[in-house]
Design a protein. Sequence first.
Length: 532
Amino acid sequence: MAIVIETTDLSRVYQTYQKPEGFINSLKGFVNRKHVSKVALDKTTLTIESGQIVGLVGANGAGKTTLLKMLSGLVTPTSGDARVLGFRPWERKNEFLRQISILLGQKNQLWWDISPADSYSLLARIYDLDPAQARKRVDHLAEMLQCTHVLHTQLRRLSLGERMKMEIIGALLHEPKVLFLDEPTIGLDIVAQETIREFLDQYVKEKEPTVILTSHYMDDIAKLADKLLLISKGNIVYQGTVPEFVTKSNTELAENEEVDFEDVIRRFWKRNLAFAKLAILSNLEYRLNYFVDAIVQPTLTTGIEILLWFAVFKGAGATEIAGFGREYYLAYAMWGAFFARICTSWMYEFRMIQEIDSGSINSLLVRPMTFYEYYFSQLMGYKFITTLVSMLVPFIAIFIFDLPTKFERLPLAFALEFYYLILVHSISFVIAAGAFYLNKVYAVTGAKNLALWLMTGELFPLDLMPEPLKSIMIALPFSAGVYVPVGYLTGRLEIGTVWQSFASVTVGIVVVNLIGAWLWRKGVNVYTGTGA
């Protein structure tokens, strides 16, 4: 049989920060931190043939999950080499990720706020499966696991056993050639454990994938595994069959192919439309939250802005400020509050950071997609579904107060705004990538939001600033968030400024994404697979 998995002197060393208890030691640790190296896996060499089920056993901390995460591409080794299906796993090429699947018994990999059926529809897009065939496959797997009745129930409302069955279906939907199972029966009752064992046994006989299984339940290993690997303190101390162990112890392929760019683009768009749909479905699941987000907050923000400018003009006792009357500033306040809500992404930025902090990113790293596109498409879907409704607020206010607005300019203003949103997401990506290196980066998000509040023109029109600060602020790409589209829409600016803003945003996108790509590559190389 062909060799599917092969490693040579594969090692992984983690560095951990240690600090004695007490306030004084906390202060000392703030200045001079003591790091300790821990060898999780030490110069491991092994080969696994196709169609084998390999049981990986050992005590907690022995190195089982570390080995699994390196073979699946979640973790980069400190030294050594490995090949899985001919690929280096940690390079995470899409051709490799389409052929593997990993199931982490203690991590949810389906989407919490939607039904499993909707999650499977999204997975079908990610793996570029035929939707009809994917549905048939889901029905077949659900029938085998006796869980058809919960396919359309929100995942968060299912029991642990039901959720694990749903996770198994998700892991097998694209028929992986290599399957990594990390404690798939952990925490389940005896009946659920036996159901999953019988299912896996039947599935492996039917599809013949190569399986690596870790478990603390020897029944899982004894009933399923053809071969046993025993790991102790980062070293494999036994390789052989389960009966032999009991007796003994008495207790780069894709690079050489032509690339169909049209097909790559088609799959990219299908996948990202599915991500956008995920955001739309997730937000519509919570009606009250959506109503507050799309209607109540924009109304309150607009009301506050109007009262502020009424107060400014009343206090100044003037009919104009910087050559523009009160009606103009009220129109700026209306549209400014609306565009400001479009060009913020703090909610998805927090989610991105949380994914890395908690280790939830694991399920994303082992799928044929990028972290950037996954959250960007969701951000766009979220902005679309909220903007569609919240834009009624400025429209109604403009007509009620008869405020100046050049509606024929609205399409170009929207185009600039959503183009600027790419830059905003790219900045969020850079901050999130910082979570690989820093324990807490949420404060950076807060500081960034305050800075953008000023630099976008949300706080007040940028041309009210003194020179040269005014010219600098308008020239920066951040003015495309509020000041330029609103100024153009209300007649304060002409089309030349809009084109300049497009150019400025383009430069910003290129620079920020180069930084983000560099930070991301460095970050995933030091990522431990258990949270940053």
